[in-house]
Write a protein that binds this ligand. Sequence first.
Ligand code: ADP
Ligand code: ASP
Ligand code: MG
Length: 446
Amino acid sequence: MKVLKFGGSSVRDPQMILRVIDIARACLGEAPILVSSAMGKTTDMLEAAAASAEAGERSRAEQLIDRIESDHVHAAKALSTGSEREPLMTAVATLSAELRSLIHGITLIRECSPRSMDAVLSFGERLSTTIIAAAARERGLNATLVDARTLIRTDASFTAASPDLEATTALVSDRLDPQPGSLIVTQGFIASTTEGVTTTLGRGGSDFTATILGAALGADVVEIWTDVDGIMTADPRVIDGARTIPAISYDEAAELAYFGAKVVHPYTILPAVQREIPVWVKNTSSPESPGTRITGQADGTGIRAVASKSGITLVTVRSSRMLNAYGFLRALFAVFDRHKVSVDLVATSEVSVSMTVDGDTGLGLLEHDLQELGQVEIERGKSIVCLVGRDLFERSGFVAEVFAAVDPAHVRLISLGASEINLSLVVDEGETEGVLRRLHEKLLAP
Ligand code: ADP
Ligand code: ASP
Ligand code: MG
């Protein structure tokens, strides 16, 4: 049993969808499940349409929905000429009409709750998979579309729902029976609550869907098909000399994903680790390229890759109460706990603690409560640059090399994971690219 996940760029137009069908056909003997994202930038457009509707910009919202509908009608027509044509065109028209009335409702009440947003966003994956399944059938594959909302159960944290793996495993074994020679097609990203209300796993969450399904079914392998040749030593859009990493361990891949390597969603690795399922990252436009294999085994030691994550806020609390006192950090983190703000990196001295948090929403109240503990400084517009590898300190002169490469950027915080697989630096957003480039050149060039 095999799970194949295709990202938005892999299904962005009819030609790409034909490639996807060829890839699925080639592994029909392995009882494949195909998980697809929305086509191209559809999710961005849906998000913009919902925001425009909420803002009362009715014609802008309608324009976006017109565009989404015509893109899908075009793809559906191009991919079906025979018996699938009529039912497919009807299905696309029905979904588009449903989407249109939802957007109209948002325009009327001028409010788009996270729950409504998830309902809107779900149309991207529902449209793409309807087209892919029909196109596959028209090309002779025995393809069945299964709605992922009947498979993946989550809590009600709309726009970033957490899966209930136990309930999901029960649903999946009840409803899916992958067989060699047949293809199951389902949506990434979307799921539902116990009450059947549509949720999503957060942007980029289709990768997560793939490993959740893979774990629930005990798949032999999960393949993440995307627009680059696997996990690379850096984001190839930023660093020209980035190279494919042939093999990487689960923990290194998870660190990279968490600290900004968008190629896999941060939560993707967890379900795979639990069932020890190998995950491959491959290029849809170049299926013959080997890609990257992610497993529990480390592939030697040394530096593997650099990644970065922007939109970071640095929160510093200074207080002389910390001197020789215990209980201060507990009180400090209790405030973060109360406000449900999660901290990534921490550095402490005798009189101050600096922490990074993702984004800057909801920090006003947090700042207010932190002020009871000391003087608070909030610095926005930072980014985390992260080096990932194994036994980083075994490389002699490692820290000196890192500092030489980072210079002249102004480093605000440094954190070296005790596991020695991650060294993270906090710099100004504007300095990120330069730091990445110099680190890659000095430490990762062949
Ligand atoms: P998909 O639509 O297939 O899910 P994404 O856009 O989410 O694709 O992820 C693929 C992109 O991730 C690549 O185009 C690349 O720019 C980016 N990326 C960032 N860091 C890395 C990295 N270390 N290796 C490969 N790709 C990376
Ligand atoms: N379509 C969703 C997004 O664009 C999920 C995904 O592609 O993984 O975020
Ligand atoms: Mg992605």
